[in-house]
Design a protein around this ligand. Structure first.
Ligand code: ATP
Ligand code: MG
Length: 373
């Protein structure tokens, strides 16, 4: 008798057979590398619509697999010979966990239609020896039996996976990340939609160590190491403050986007990702967001645009980034006293004609230092 983890895929089944195969292959690859990165030794068996994992470290493996995007359900199951006496013995063992005042149900399924008993006979055959009340509609505990070719799976819990799509099926994105609450959540959302996400951060004098910590936390959802491009930005911010005055934040973002675009072009990213959220701060009014991205060739994806701040905070809490952001947040010295909430193309023209924008962007992108997290 062995314990194994049954991994089921979710949304993958909506796709055509060809795409589905691609996605399933990616998911298997991701699962393998996430387990390897977590130092869990395992064997993997691929079946038509699921993956089976056997390992000595079941609990640790489950924790890892719960974070693998594309997994819809996880079941820790025990496998026995499909001899009814064996099945029943195992089921009765699991039944010891049904409390005295709890109700239960046995749910049997046969994949092997030649099996000599039908599902109802299996269910009744087990239930008659359990000294607890049966409730088929709303039981406290359920014991599942799935009879296969030569074996049967027996289990009690179906755990929800994280869902989403396997990382690697939705292109490559470069996320502008600060040490704030929002951008790590935005990156996580795109990772969950199957994007490979790498990161760029721009800093005043010294990089904020919290940014790296945030990435380490996001990496627990990732089958790969992630890139962090770090760009010293203080000089440019000073220059912008000088020319842009109350528009400083608008231009600060505008230059960040442009530098990120430069790096994205060189490294073949399909899009930029930010943690912007409509009207949260002055630089995130629709007018300012529009001015900031004017002239960019690369799409800017803003997964948080329509969410409530409280919902973003709850997500940050759930994915483990909230505490790091709370501690690591640093105040920006360049924010003007009353930042403009509206800007337009004329404002861009007035400020940028005083600066050698192309050179500033090119130099900054060349200064970027890349490290792996
Ligand atoms: P966050 O919580 O992600 O810092 P925020 O609500 O503080 O966002 P802003 O500071 O206006 O809002 O930043 C908006 C977005 O711009 C961020 O979500 C992030 O994507 C990007 N960004 C801000 N600061 C930096 C930075 N220093 N380096 C890279 N990207 C940044
Ligand atoms: Mg911020």
């Amino acid at each position: 008798m062995t314990k194994k983890i049954i991994v089921k895929y979710g949304e993958l089944w909506l796709k055509s057979p060809h795409i589905r195969n691609e996605f399933a292959k990616k998911l298997r690859r991701n699962v393998k590398s996430m387990l390897t990165m977590a130092n869990v030794e395992f064997e993997i068996l691929r079946e038509r619509d699921r993956i089976l994992i056997t390992t000595e470290k079941v609990d640790e493996a489950v924790e890892v697999l719960k974070r693998a995007f594309g997994v819809s359900q996880l079941i820790v199951s025990e496998e026995v010979d499909n001899d009814f006496e064996d099945i029943k013995a195992k089921a009765l063992e699991l039944a010891k966990n049904i409390g005295e005042n709890e109700t239960f149900a046995i749910r049997a399924k046969r994949k092997n239609k030649k099996y000599p008993m039908d599902s109802i006979e299996i269910e009744k055959g087990i239930a008659e020896d359990i000294d607890r009340k049966v409730d088929l509609t709303n039981p406290d505990k359920v014991i599942y039996v799935v009879v296969r070719g030569q074996t049967a799976d027996i289990f009690t819990d179906k755990m929800k996976g994280e869902g989403g799509l396997p990382i690697g099926v939705s292109g490559r994105m470069l996320c502008l990340v600060s040490a704030g609450i929002d951008s790590p959540v935005a990156a996580w959302m795109m990772m969950k939609r199957g994007a490979i996400v790498d990161f760029i951060t721009l800093y005043d004098e010294k990089p904020n160590p919290a940014t790296r910590k945030l990435l380490e936390q996001l990496k627990t959802y990732s089958p790969r190491e992630m890139r962090l491009y770090q760009v010293k930005y203080g000089e440019i911010q000073k220059e912008l403050q000088r020319w842009a005055k109350k528009y400083t934040c608008v231009f600060c973002k505008r230059f960040m986007y442009k530098i990120a675009q430069e790096i994205a072009k060189e490294n073949k990213y399909n899009a930029l990702v930010t943690g912007e959220n409509l009207s949260q701060v002055a630089s995130q009014t629709i007018q300012n967001l529009t001015t900031q991205q004017r002239g960019l060739e690369i799409p800017v994806i803003r997964p948080l645009i329509g969410l409530e701040k409280t919902d973003i905070m709850a997500m940050a809490e759930r994915i483990g980034t909230f505490g790091i952001s709370e501690k690591g947040r640093a105040k920006c010295h360049y924010v003007p006293e009353s930042p403009a909430t509206k800007s337009d193309d004329d404002d861009i023209f007035h400020v940028e004609k005083m600066m050698d924008v192309a050179k500033i962007i090119k130099d900054a992108a060349e200064r970027a230092e890349m490290e792996m997290v």
